[in-house]
Design a protein around this ligand. Structure first.
Ligand code: CP
Length: 322
């Protein structure tokens, strides 16, 4: 793991743009911040005086609350704006909403939006940093950072490790961000699920594709399950949930095909009984709740790096004091 800070971005909008060293820098700070979670006094003064705005134009529990807690743990002030309670419903544009937030003296915006590319768009028009908390089916960078952090805690170095991603790859921003992160960290990736939900083009990213679940599970160190993203599917990509479950749901029998020390991951929200049996989601092999907890420290690292870099850029541009 790198011990020096490698970070050259104003915004965190995708994993595709990060280097391996930058991913390891986030993990390094996440590990440091994790040590503070065990203390009675969990708050650190790191971002005192900074204001973080969470702009959530799509529902979220884990990401929204983890960013709120992360900002508070670093002593920043944080406000969350949700679409239904904003002037977006009165017809205000995203651009105008974002410029209002900047004019209200916010130091950073965390945004979830249903449109791919929306976080990049805001990053280009605003002076303050933007963190992508999920943009349609494009990317969910902090999810991949917390997922790879969790894998490294359990498995150590991910180089040469085998990760199977199972389910709805086509509509999954989590899959895209994890594929970029895992490739950069040297892991082997196998995608498994219905042919209609795994684009062949993903082979060009260096992933193997199989529709044989037993083969996909047999030598995996990690199996990452994905939810069927009904909200993004304009048409049906498989005959029924029952059919999906019969072929690809992780149940007790199929979990026995895994190595005993393989870990089961899911970014959530989990549809118990569809992509995974309820008992397995709660089993010792499952790290689903560890992922949630690691979401706090990973987002603390992301906020810290983006705000520190923004300060450096602003100082570099500021006229010299006489
Ligand atoms: N994993 C994830 O993004 O969950 P939420 O939609 O609850 O934020």
């Amino acid at each position: 793991m790198s011990t020096t800070t490698t970070w050259r971005h104003k915004d965190l909008t995708s994993i595709e743009r990060l280097t391996r060293e930058e991913i390891e820098t986030v993990h390094h700070y996440a590990a440091q911040f994790k040590q503070s979670l065990g203390r009675t006094q969990k708050k650190l003064p790191t971002l005192r005086g900074k204001t973080v705005i969470n702009l959530f134009i799509e529902p979220s529990t884990r990401t929204r609350v983890a960013f709120e807690i992360a900002a508070k743990r670093l002593s920043a002030d944080v406000t969350t704006i949700e679409e239904a309670a904003s002037s977006l419903v009165k017809g205000e544009s995203l651009r105008d909403t974002a410029e209002v937030i900047q004019a209200l003296n916010a130091d950073l915006i965390v945004m979830r939006h249903r449109s791919p590319g929306s976080a990049d768009y805001l990053g280009k028009i605003l002076n303050i940093p933007v963190i992508n908390a999920g943009d349609g089916a494009h990317e969910h960078p902090t999810q991949a950072l917390l997922d790879t952090f969790t894998m490294k805690e359990r498995l150590g170095d991910l180089a040469g490790r085998k990760v199977t991603i199972l389910g709805d790859i086509l509509f999954s921003r989590v899959a895209r961000s994890n594929i970029w992160a895992l490739k950069k960290l040297g892991a082997h990736i196998t995608l498994c699920g219905p042919a209609t939900l795994i684009p062949e083009s993903f082979r060009s990213l260096g992933c193997e594709i199989t529709h044989n679940l037993r083969a996909a599970l047999a030598d995996a160190d990690v199996v990452m399950l994905l939810r069927i993203q009904h909200e993004r599917q304009a048409s049906t990509h498989f005959p029924s949930l029952g059919e999906y479950k019969a072929l690809y749901s992780l149940n007790e029998e199929r979990a026995s095909w895994l190595k005993p020390d393989a870990i089961i991951m899911h970014p959530g929200p989990v549809n118990r009984g569809v992509e995974i049996d309820s008992a397995l989601a709660d089993s010792k092999q499952s790290v689903i709740l560890e992922q949630v907890t690691n979401g706090i420290v990973t987002r603390m690292a992301a906020l810290f790096l983006c705000l520190t870099k923004a300060n450096e850029l602003n100082n570099a541009q500021a006229p010299a004091q006489s």
